[in-house]
Structures are given as structure tokens and as C-alpha cells.
Design a protein around this ligand. Structure first.
Ligand code: GLA
Length: 407
């Protein structure tokens, strides 16, 4: 009796701590569709400075990226001075950013963009700059004073810290700062943030860092083995129930324009859109080819990602490394993607009436027997008639055929 009383008391206390640690405190109404922008890390690591940011801001506008929806310019690790100032405030690196961070934020805002910064929940960032541990409220005030709109918050040098607690503290600090700041959790999925971060942040990384590896596992120069784009896709497919407007699974930033073949760039980008992923370009926008721009700024593909329902797509079937993915869209439309992960082209040929898709999560059903859909090949920009006739297409190796079906 005594024992069970103690047990239930302990359980209640545990539940109470659990609930109060994760009670909704993030600023609501931000990131109702997946955030889109550009982040400095994938190309520049810590080699960033004032001129680079200005160039990227200019390019985001002149290349059409902003018009396509990429509105956040985010400076990742390496923007800070190595020490806080005498008041304990963060400072911008005085050599890279001699005019301070407010000047940068103002410049970025003057271009119609939003501005983001990076820090870490631990004592130091991954690259060794001052971390936020113990300075959460002070740093949030600094971010609000600079005028940032987005904070990416990493998980290096956080030994012994509790992830839900650390991220909740920062989330509360941001909410108190008085400025609406999108909160992007980056603890690589280590503590299963999809179970607790919904009330805490607007997006959370689900995996380790991406690299320019399409599938499988391969060591890159420098000896690190990144997550391949397709390995990330596999992991994300197990997490779709946790994503939705205001709270997204983040499969990491884009590697489009950084060394994949054009087909792989298309497949990687299309799958991120099918997954309703945050779209953070990571390439050097100053050296972007016309084909890279055409992929990143494709309004039809981006529209799948930004669909207001915010339903993450899922793998419907897989045969011989040819996968069929589906994503329910607004107004009864569907995105259906054929992804060829094999090293040879594959032909698909079927009758739509044999392809009923029943999404048990969103309770949406695609059934052309109940009403005809018009078909558009979104990459070829071609209308393919309707679901009344047999469908045939070739999916090249490491590429996709991306269809939109509207009724
Ligand atoms: C971690 C993150 C990356 C990047 C670096 C910066 O590895 O996962 O996205 O922010 O830190 O040091």
C-alpha cells in the first residue's frame, strides 16, 4: 500500500515535471509552412564575413530566390567573437563583422529578407565559439536587439544537459524577448525531439549532417561520413506523424548545386518538398548555375512543399529501388512522385484505376475511379491528360518523375 502510494506519487511528480518542462511556450503562428531560406554552413563553414552576407542577400533577391519563397538568410556557426564582452553579451567577430551584427541585420532586412543566427545549447558551439549554456535570457535579449527572426540552436558541448530542458529554457527566453523568432532545434534527432519539441520549437533536425552523397554511405574528404540524402529520406518516412503546420521535421539543409548530377539535385530537392521539409539552400549563390537556379526556384515544386495542409508525404511502395511517394495537397489534389534509386532507368506503366492510395494518417484517399484527375508532369512542365488513360513514363536513374494530380 505504502509502496504503491510512493510509486504513484513518483509517477505524478514525473508527469508534472514532464508537462511543465514542455508546456507550450514557443511563439505561435510562425512557420505555418516550412521555413525557406539560405544558410552559410554547407559551403562556407566559419569563413563568413560582412561582404559575403551582403553579396548573398543581394543574390537572394536578384536570382529570384526570394520571389520563389526563400526569405531567411541564416548565418551559421562562426559569426561570433571568441569571447563574450565584459557584460557577458555575445559580440560579432570584430574582424569578420567590423560594423557589428545590427548593421548586417538591417542590410538583410532592407532587401526584404529575414535574418537568422546560430548558437548552441552547450558551453561552446560545435566550432568552439561561446555557447549559450547559462546565458539563455541574455542571449535572447541580444538577438531581439539585433533584430533576428530565426535562431538555429545546436547541441555540441552539452554533456550532462537534458535536451528537452535545455531547449525549453531557450524557447521560453526567446518568447520573453518580445520578438517573434523562429526556433530551429538542431540536436540531430539524438533525443527524439519529435516526441517533445512540438510546443518548444518550429522545426527540429531529425538526423546527423547531410553531405553530397546521394545514397548509401561514403566517406568524404576530411574523413567524415555524412548522412546521404536518401538515408535521410528513409528516416524521415518514419516520422511523418509528428510534422505539421508550425512544427516540422528538418532533414537538414539542401545540397543542391554542390556536386550532385542534375538528376540527383532534382531528386534530392523534390523529395525534400514531398517531405514538407524546411528548404534551406546551402550553395554559393554567387556562383549558381542556371540549372541550379531552375531547380531551387521552381515554383511548382516549391508549392508542394509549401502546401497549406502541411501533410508530410510518404512512401506508398517500393520495387527494385523504384519508389512511389504520395503527398495529399489542398483542394483534394495529390503530389505523386516516382523516385528511382537504382543505377538504371526504369519504365513505369499502369492504369490509374489500379492505383488507389489510402493515407491512413490524413484519411485522404486517391481513387481515380471515383473522379478523374488532371495530370501535370511538374519538371517537364507538361500536361499529361487525365487519369482516364493508361500512364507510361521513364524514370532515369537517380532522378524523379514528379506528377501533380488535380481534380
Ligand atoms: C552541427 C550542425 C551543422 C552546423 C555545424 C556548425 O554539425 O548539425 O548543421 O550547424 O554544427 O558547427
Amino acid at each position: 500500500m505504502n509502496h504503491s502510494f510512493r510509486m504513484s506519487g513518483a509517477l505524478l511528480l514525473f508527469l508534472f515535471i514532464g508537462i511543465s518542462a514542455t508546456r507550450a511556450q514557443k511563439i505561435q503562428g510562425l512557420a505555418l509552412t516550412p521555413p525557406m531560406g539560405w544558410n552559410s554552413w554547407n559551403t562556407f563553414q566559419t569563413k563568413i564575413n560582412e561582404q559575403l552576407v551582403k553579396d548573398m542577400a543581394d543574390k537572394m533577391v536578384s536570382s529570384g530566390m526570394l520571389a520563389a519563397g526563400y526569405s531567411y538568410l541564416v548565418l551559421d556557426d562562426g559569426w561570433m567573437g571568441m569571447e563574450r564582452n565584459e557584460q557577458g553579451d555575445l559580440i560579432a567577430d570584430p574582424v569578420k563583422f567590423p560594423n557589428g551584427m545590427k548593421v548586417i541585420a538591417d542590410y538583410v532586412h532592407s532587401k526584404g529578407l529575414k535574418f537568422g543566427l546560430y548558437n548552441c545549447a552547450g558551453t561552446k558551439t560545435c566550432a568552439g565559439y561561446p555557447g549559450t549554456r547559462g546565458y539563455e535570457y541574455q542571449d535572447a535579449r541580444y538577438y531581439a536587439s539585433v533584430g533576428i527572426d530565426y535562431l538555429k540552436f545546436d547541441w555540441c558541448n552539452a554533456e550532462g544537459q537534458n535536451a528537452p530542458e535545455s531547449y525549453t529554457t531557450m524557447s521560453k527566453a526567446l518568447a520573453k524577448s518580445g520578438r517573434p523568432i523562429v526556433f530551429s532545434l538542431c540536436e540531430w534527432g539524438s533525443n527524439k525531439p519529435w516526441h517533445w519539441a512540438g510546443p518548444v520549437g518550429h522545426l527540429w533536425r531529425t538526423t546527423g549532417d547531410i553531405g553530397v552523397v546521394f545514397d548509401g554511405s561514403r566517406k568524404l574528404d576530411g574523413g567524415w561520413t555524412p548522412m546521404s540524402a536518401m538515408r535521410i529520406v528513409d528516416i524521415e518516412d518514419t516520422l511523418r506523424a509528428f510534422a505539421g503546420p508550425g512544427h516540422w521535421n528538418d532533414p537538414d539543409m539542401l545540397e543542391v548545386g554542390k556536386g550532385f548530377t542534375p538528376g540527383e539535385d532534382r531528386a534530392h530537392f523534390t523529395m525534400w518538398c514531398m517531405l514538407a521539409a524546411p528548404l534551406m539552400a546551402g550553395n554559393d549563390l554567387r556562383a549558381m548555375s542556371a540549372s541550379t537556379t531552375a531547380i531551387l526556384a521552381d515554383k511548382d515544386i516549391v508549392a508542394l512543399d509549401q502546401d497549406k495542409l502541411g501533410i508530410q508525404g510518404y512512401r506508398v511502395s517500393r520495387t527494385d529501388s523504384l519508389e512511389t511517394w504520395a503527398k495529399p495537397l489542398e483542394n483534394g489534389s495529390w503530389a505523386i512522385c516516382y523516385l528511382n534509386r537504382s543505377n538504371h532507368a526504369q519504365t513505369i506503366s499502369f492504369n490509374w484505376s489500379d492505383r488507389v492510395i489510402n493515407d491512413s494518417l490524413s484519411h485522404r484517399v486517391f481513387n481515380s475511379a471515383l473522379g478523374t484527375y488532371k495530370i501535370t508532369d511538374l519538371w517537364k512542365k507538361k500536361s499529361l491528360g487525365n487519369t482516364g488513360k493508361k500512364f507510361k513514363a521513364v524514370v532515369p536513374s537517380h532522378d524523379v518523375v514528379m506528377l501533380r494530380l488535380d481534380n
